[in-house]
Design a protein around this ligand. Structure first.
Ligand code: 5GP
Ligand code: ZN
Length: 116
């Protein structure tokens, strides 16, 4: 689905109903600081449209993922982290806890990805 889901925390953040530290945005995504950082720099890039995961977003609109990656690069560079990792946990077995498309943007030293 591509509409908002009322009980989804990331839909509520995108809508401005739940406060977050916003680092940047474009037509396809909003970047915020992660509430529970796993690296010196840990941002999320959240899709504007509600889909369960990055693959579902890509299936619905392949270009949207490119715009999310571009936003991730922008906020990473703006924070002085030209080198960074992108992580898209997909499925509960991979540690996904919020089932709304998001990229983790990790800069600086970080713990291993198992807990992301
Ligand atoms: P996942 O485990 O689904 O890949 O990642 C979800 C991420 O969202 C976690 O790193 C968690 O800390 C973060 N998170 C969950 N709820 C909130 C929230 O309300 N605000 C912010 N800023 N981050 C959140
Ligand atoms: Zn959502």
């Amino acid at each position: 689905m591509s509409e908002t889901a009322p009980e989804c925390i990331f839909c509520r953040i995108v809508a401005g109903e739940v406060p977050a530290d916003v680092l940047g945005r474009n037509d396809h995504g909003v970047s915020i600081k992660d509430l529970n950082p796993q690296a010196l720099f840990h941002a999320l890039v959240i899709s504007v449209d509600h889909h369960d995961n990055a693959a579902a977003s890509a299936a619905a609109d392949p270009a949207s993922i490119g715009h999310l990656v571009a936003l991730a690069d922008e906020v990473a560079r703006a924070s002085g982290n030209a080198d960074y990792r992108l992580v898209a946990n997909t499925g509960a077995g991979a540690g996904q806890t919020v089932f709304h498309t998001h990229l983790h943007v990790l800069g600086g030293s970080s713990r291993m990805t198992e807990t992301l």
